[in-house]
Design a protein around this ligand. Structure first.
Ligand code: 13P
Length: 297
């Protein structure tokens, strides 16, 4: 009878007390501490976006990437779709190509799209999806990609073809101005459709790029404290909603006006596992960013 009694009331009590514990942990730490001491190999990506204007500049940009010491840090590069094939086989230090987008339906009558099957054929192992510039930010008059399209349909499609995914997320300024709880709420909506895929794929197939919209291309970087607080909050949510092992192992990059100057302080934050770099990835200082995080971890 005693066991039955426990069983009948244990579930609601348990879930309530778990929720209370979670809330208390959030309040206590304000997400400022690392959740674990797991050793995660750092990873830095260079997102060239729609650059360079001339393919004649590619050798110079590729040289910047090849100047990176990758012995303690993974590196990937996202060239514009037109230039992906021109960069294939050009990296001498193990840097990986990661296209900036993918379709979700494979090859066929999909004008202007890129298929995971084509990536596999070209030996490409990574793909970036969910960049805020594809989520309707910055006033581009293209249809917004929804959280479900990105984190469920596209993510699932890429993983099913054996392509690893960098999933970019991040909040706009009005959300940041409301504080960390609203930031977490906003980012969680971007992550929720991915949960089943995260569980099935495991952490080594996924990188999360946290890129606050207000810091992208603005020269305004998140402070090390803001980056740490947000990364730790995301990791805590992943621990509760995917698994502690996934949260422990998955790499969370910071993106948004990262450069050689601010990389050392950001790298010192325990939950910052790397960077997704825009503007500075077009410059020689990209190698300094890689060196900074490699030295810090
Ligand atoms: P910036 O480094 O130019 O701010 O761009 C960040 C970014 O959007 C990388 O994907």
């Amino acid at each position: 009878a005693e066991v039955t009694g426990v069983q009948t009331c244990a579930l609601p009590i348990c879930s309530l007390s778990l929720r209370a514990a979670f809330a208390a942990a959030m309040l206590r730490s304000r997400f400022s501490r690392a959740l674990s001491t797991a050793a995660r190999r750092p990873i830095v990506g260079g997102n060239w976006k729609c650059n360079p204007a001339s393919a004649s500049k590619l050798p110079e940009l590729i040289a910047n990437i090849n100047a990176c010491d990758t012995s303690k840090c993974d590196v990937y590069v996202c060239p514009t779709p037109l230039h992906v094939a021109l960069c294939t086989g050009k990296f001498t230090n193990g840097a990986q190509l990661a296209p900036q987008n993918a379709n979700f339906a494979g090859c066929g009558a999909y004008t202007g799209e890129m298929a995971a099957e084509q990536m596999v054929d070209m030996g490409i192992k990574w793909c970036l999806i969910g960049h805020s510039e594809r989520r309707g930010e910055f006033g581009l008059p293209t249809p917004k990609e929804s959280n479900e399209l990105i984190a469920d349909t596209k993510l699932g499609y890429l993983l099913s073809k054996g392509i690893n995914v960098i999933l970019a997320i991040g909040e706009p300024l009005p959300v940041r101005e409301q504080g960390i709880d609203k930031v977490l709420e906003f980012c969680v909506e971007q992550l929720k459709p991915a949960v089943a895929h995260f569980k099935a794929a495991g952490a080594d197939k996924i990188v999360i790029a946290y890129e606050p919209v207000w810091s992208i291309g603005t020269g305004v970087t998140a402070s090390p404290e803001q980056a740490q607080e947000t990364h730790a909050a995301l990791r805590m949510w992943l621990a509760a909603n995917v698994s502690p092992a996934f949260a422990d192992a998955v790499r969370i990059q910071y993106g948004g006006s990262a450069n050689a100057k601010n990389a050392p302080d950001l790298s010192a934050q325990p939950d910052v596992d790397g960077f997704l770099v825009g503007g500075a990835s077009l410059k020689p200082e990209f190698a300094d960013i890689v060196a900074a995080i490699a030295a810090a971890k």
